[in-house]
Write a protein of this length. Structure first.
Length: 374
């Protein structure tokens, strides 16, 4: 069934307040930063334990462009200051080889990882553009050079995988390629874009005839999360746009259509999908919903695929419907859960910072549109 033909509800009830939802998510991220005391953002709030996790370099990195964008849209300059503090912290803890460590700041094992380095690269690039501070440019160059050195000749990254992943090679590293492609454009270093293109070429060699990508999950490669599926699609799409490669854009569009066909009547996506693009869980991965809303809106903006507008709108309405903006619990107010219901199979009973980040991105695209920072 195509995106155009699939029936989705129109939201006839009172429309959610997008600005209120966006502000509440930003304020939650501010609290998640403040509780760490270091400039980084707490990885998540754990409801069962009633505690915040340690600062998380990977996701703090890609929160930076989100807060710069939000500061500009809202006029709340404190969020620009927060984004700069995050970028400074990331530079302070960058490893000597240029990489970014796995896990939270309090992890006992300090090892560089490909994916985390790519995500923080987004933050340094944005901070360099917004402030002109050469420190951020230096951190970005060191990170990009480390990624280039770690890449195999066929474009894949096989070394420096996350120690928390079951598998050592992943097609969702196309999101790292996206960061390298941005670095190539912003820093005017053509071989960064060349490396990004090689990675997407390699990833598309893992694609099935139906558009399915192998090796696309941290743990369950037969039933990947929509979260990692969306990472892969976004990377393929944005590298395609930056490299003017229509084959990449077409592949990402095909995958985005397959995901849209699984959207439920309430606007939510299954948390996991199988190799036939069929639902493989009854719960939904909230982050995956927000990421796909971003991708669908990017496709509308960049390719004119207006059939995705409805899917993105309904995904955003669903996400706003599960956000609690009134509770007195500072760990929950404005946050987005890992799964819905909260006991679902991803980040069970936790509110991760990356869910709030991508939720904000999706809402800001609804309000303004067109950006592609991270």
């Amino acid at each position: 069934m195509s995106v155009v033909d699939r029936f989705l509800p129109r939201w006839s009830a009172q429309q959610p307040d997008v600005h209120r939802a966006l502000d509440a998510a930003a304020e939650w991220l501010a609290r998640a930063q403040d509780v760490t005391g270091c400039g980084g953002v707490s990885a998540y709030y754990d409801v069962g334990k009633r505690r915040w996790a340690g600062a998380y370099p990977e996701t703090t990195g890609y929160i930076i462009p989100t807060l710069f964008r939000y500061a500009g849209m809202s006029g709340r300059d404190e969020y620009r200051d927060r984004a700069i503090a995050m970028a400074e912290w990331e530079s302070d803890i960058q490893l000597a080889d240029g990489g970014v460590r796995a896990g939270t700041l309090d992890a006992k094992r300090v090892v560089p990882t490909i994916f985390n380095t790519g995500q923080v690269l987004f933050g340094w690039l944005c901070a360099w553009q917004r402030t002109g501070d050469a420190r951020f440019r230096d951190s970005a160059v060191r990170a990009a050079d480390w990624l280039i050195a770690a890449q195999d000749p066929d474009g894949a990254w096989r070394r420096f995988a996350s120690p928390f992943a079951t598998h050592r090679i992943n097609t969702y590293n196309t999101r790292v390629a996206f960061a390298l492609a941005q670095a190539g454009r912003i820093l005017d270093v053509p071989h960064y874009l060349d490396a990004a293109t090689r990675n997407v070429d390699w990833a598309l060699m893992q694609m099935h005839p139906n558009g399915w990508l192998d090796s696309n999950d941290l743990e369950d490669r037969h039933r990947p999360l929509t979260h990692t599926i969306a990472y892969a699609i976004r990377g393929i799409l944005e590298v395609g746009l930056l490299a003017s490669n229509s084959r990449f854009v077409d592949a990402a569009t095909r995958m985005a259509q397959a995901v849209a066909a699984t959207q439920r009547r309430d606007g939510a996506l299954p948390g996991r999908l199988d190799a036939g693009w069929k639902p493989a869980s009854r719960w939904t991965c909230v982050t995956g919903n927000a990421q796909m809303a971003v991708i669908w809106q990017r496709l509308v903006k960049e390719t004119g695929e207006h059939a995705f507008s409805l899917a993105a709108e309904d995904a955003c309405h669903f996400l706003m419907s599960i956000q609690d903006t009134t509770t007195s619990d500072d760990g929950i107010r404005g946050a987005m859960p890992g799964s819905h219901p909260r006991k679902g199979g991803y980040m069970r009973h936790r509110y991760p910072n990356w869910a709030a980040k991508f939720f904000m991105d999706a809402l800001m695209l609804q309000l303004e549109g067109g950006w592609n920072d991270a």
